[in-house]
Design a protein around this ligand. Structure first.
Ligand code: NAG
Ligand code: NAG
Length: 555
């Protein structure tokens, strides 16, 4: 009776509830700014107007004058549109500095990209925007690093304005520019009926081109760009690492909770999803496609998303709409199913200790008798992998999972989901990275901050249970009323990020040593705890070797 249930289960694991696009407070620059007028007089500018001219906030960029506001948390904040896109065409870099979506209100934050379950007033198709956060202390000569943040949301939801993503504190703590970037989502970003592939990934390339040109005017260095992202945002970074043409645009990467069990879509799987989408929308001509309403696109997208594992099991049961190994832009799977390329960029890979707990306990509200465990596994892994999984020592009932004398198999399922989707697949990636020339640092959050929505699973509110997304507000320092353990971890992580942004190494004097991963021992440190995370099923002889990840299994 349970055998069909794991299909929806891991589906929801990665979904970010879209945060209400609550504006972050800020000051509007006065419409008539005497300093601005003065600074336009050449002689005055030279003596009185530092940092690119105009006033404390405005910057003379190669795209024109950037104007911003002082964010509530103290950094300067600049919302900006970085690219223009026609529907299902590659985006093009802007040639002028403009606020997002034709806005003339510099205090306003960008609208999201079209997505389900929010009012249509919260999004616009003209959504290729970013928000720059710049410490007030930067000067034109600062040569500061840039941290580019890519949000998560299974490639169907999320935005630069989601809860916790105000980059003001992170920018100041790391003395860097933080750019929080939007990219096209869902069918609009990944299922172009005309055959264009990876449009959303190429949107991010334009964002990086924009940053390269604009950063110097804010005191940022175009050659010190680090990509950081969580969940699908980290998957997006893995796609960019697989695209040689994007390589020169960034020098290091931070992958938080990337569900690496899923490789890039293979072309045949992408075609299966695309054909279904075309069938549902019923459009063959470009004019018909351009005339489709957003709501009909989102409806067809939902059907494709929900039916993806039955269209092609290789699509997987979470984030089936994702970057595709198209062979021209993304040229390597970047996983151990085939030759791993040589790499050199420093890499930081983290997961949280209870990645799958939200998904498991959200779907299964009541305890699951142990005898159903094999059937539930088989629905996700098939018989062969299930036999190996259930006979291994790693997923036996633990004493802690016995309630009133009965085993509750949800505890085993949560560990299993965490292992194969995130933790072990991340370790496998780190080992391959090191083996092929790069430095990698691996960590696991054992302290977090409950992300909005996760409290629907009460277990996720326990201080020792760190659910998917609970690392986000730690990294950004946007936890409200942090505990002392949270404050300490925020300080630690931001210091480590600062070091990593500057020199590709998260070690800082005064903090515990973070040993780089080796090909045999990834040294995953416990962020918020002490020592290293237990290896368990992430032993190199188990996941990825005795039992295949999906990216191996379906090839
Ligand atoms: C500009 O945007 C801010 C933030 O959303 C809002 O509070 C303010 O009312 C807007 N101003 C105008 C003139 O629309
Ligand atoms: C901004 O978004 C709205 C809502 O999608 C759209 O109607 C409008 O045309 C957009 N404005 C510009 C200048 O693109």
């Amino acid at each position: 009776m349970f055998s069909t249930l794991l299909i929806p289960l891991l589906f929801q694991a990665l979904l970010l509830p879209l945060a209400t696009a609550a504006p972050i407070g800020g000051l509007i620059i006065p419409k008539i700014n005497p300093a601005k007028i003065l600074c336009q007089m050449p002689l005055v500018e030279k003596f009185l107007c530092p940092a690119g001219g105009l006033n404390g906030l405005s910057r003379a960029t190669v795209f024109g004058t950037a104007s911003g506001v002082v964010d509530a948390d103290g950094a300067y904040r600049y919302p900006v549109k970085y690219a223009t896109s026609s529907r299902w065409a590659p985006s093009t870099l802007v040639s002028a500095w403009n606020l997002p979506n034709g806005s003339n209100n510099v205090s306003a934050l960008p609208l999201a990209c079209p997505q389900p379950d929010v009012p249509s007033t919260a999004y616009t198709e003209d959504c290729l925007s970013m928000v720059l956060y710049v410490p007030q202390s930067l000067t034109l000569n600062s040569n500061a690093p840039v941290l580019v943040w890519l949000h998560g949301g299974s490639f169907v939801v999320g935005s630069a304005t989601a809860t916790g993503l105000d980059g003001s504190k992170l920018a100041q703590a790391t003395n860097s520019i933080v750019a929080v970037v939007q990219y096209r989502l869902g069918a609009l970003g990944f299922l172009a009926p005309n055959g264009n592939t990876n449009l959303a990934v190429k949107d991010v390339v334009n964002a990086l081109e924009f940053i390269k040109r604009a950063a110097p005017a804010f005191g940022g260095s175009a050659s010190k760009v680090t990509l950081a992202g969580q969940s699908a945002g980290a998957t997006m970074i893995r796609a960019l690492l697989s695209a040689p043409s994007a390589s020169s645009l960034f020098r290091s990467t931070i992958l938080q909770s990337d569900p690496m069990n899923f490789g890039h879509l293979r072309p045949a799987t992408h075609t299966a999803l695309l054909n279904k989408f075309k069938e549902l929308t019923g459009c063959s001509s470009q004019s018909c496609q351009n005339g489709l309403s957003i709501s009909s696109i989102l409806a067809a997208q939902k059907t494709v998303y929900d039916s993806a594992p039955s269209l092609d099991p290789a699509a997987g049961n979470a984030q089936p709409i994702r970057p595709v190994l198209d062979g021209t832009f993304i040229t390597t799977p970047l996983d151990i199913s085939s030759t791993f390329p040589s790499v050199s960029k420093p890499l930081l890979v983290t997961s949280v200790s209870n990645e799958a707990t939200y998904a498991i306990y959200d779907i299964f509200r009541d305890p699951i008798p142990e005898e159903y465990f094999p059937d539930i596994c088989a629905a996700t892994f098939g018989e062969e992998r299930t036999t190996t999984v259930i006979s291994s020592p790693f997923y036996q009932p633990s004493p802690g999972s016995i309630v009133d004398g009965e085993v509750d198999a949800r505890a085993q399922l949560a560990i299993l989901g965490t292992d194969y989707l995130w933790k072990c697949s991340g370790w496998t990636f780190a080992r391959a990275w090191v083996q092929h020339g790069g430095n990698a640092f691996v960590g696991q959050y054992v302290v977090g901050a409950t992300y909005p929505g996760n409290e629907q699973v009460p277990l996720c509110t326990q201080s020792d249970v760190i659910c998917h997304q609970d690392d986000i507000q730690i990294v950004f320092g946007t936890v409200s009323n942090p505990t002392s353990a949270q404050s300490a971890l925020i300080t630690e992580v931001q210091q480590r990020y600062k070091a990593f942004l500057n020199n590709g190494n998260p070690n800082v004097a005064g903090l515990p040593n973070w040993a780089p991963a080796t090909t045999t021992d990834v040294h995953s440190i416990r962020l918020g705890g002490t020592g290293e995370a237990p290896i368990g099923a992430c032993d190199p002889t188990f996941w990825g070797s005795t039992v295949d990840y999906d990216y191996q299994y379906y090839n």
